[in-house]
Design a binder for this molecule. Sequence first.
Ligand SMILES: [Fe+2]
Length: 270
Amino acid sequence: MIDLHTHILPGMDDGAQTLAEALEMLQLAQQDGITHLVATPHIYRGPYQELNGEKIRKELSRLSSAAQQAGLEVNLFQGAEVHITHNLIEQIHRYRPDLVINQSDYIFIEFPADHVFPGVKDLFFELLSLGLTPIIAHPERNAVFVRQPRILYELVQMGALCQVNSGSFLGYYGEHVRQGVYNLLRFNLVHLMASDCHHPTTIPPLLSEAVELAAEVIGFDEAQALVNDNPRAVLENRTIPHYSPPRPPQERKKSFKLRRPVFHFFSRKH
Ligand SMILES: [Fe+2]
């Protein structure tokens, strides 16, 4: 399996803090059947505003050598989790190789947890015009996408892809997110699954259990594709081979049913 979204580089963000912790995470990943793992540190989010490509590459090669010395066989690749920022296009013009996934034309885009700003379609149009394919990181964790999957549907119709977190199936982020991720699966709005791991125990780099859960909804082959064929195509800069046209989600209609008035003659407290 391929884990496309991880916070495994020591000291780069709120993920692994030490080399020992990163190696422990790699060990877990390998035991779970992960052979390729992309390091995607937070960029332009909260305290991680500065992109330091040189530091990312240095930490990546340090971790790769340490992993090799420890007898681990997971292959590591460079990527980033790029938070939406006001001058994103300008940043991409300047630092594109360090913002995309493994030098490809795929780029992770992260939204804030509680809103989707009104100009999002224009931004995605600009990204697509630059030849980039935006991959929306864990849309099931965004309250607006969960409540109004139609917005996500429209972005996917434009050409964006969606990556969901394995932990969302396992309830790591609560029941609301768990139900949200299942909903997105039913609308064919899930193209990739990754761990978004931050730590060996709290959010570990595990995929297999969530793949089994996804298989109950979309079948074994399609669930496998989320962690195999599709992320492999991203790493190799090809079009993803498993793609089902998204189903247009129906907006929840307001209920105009008249409610019977409730009288509390007998329960009134004096
Ligand atoms: Fe992440």
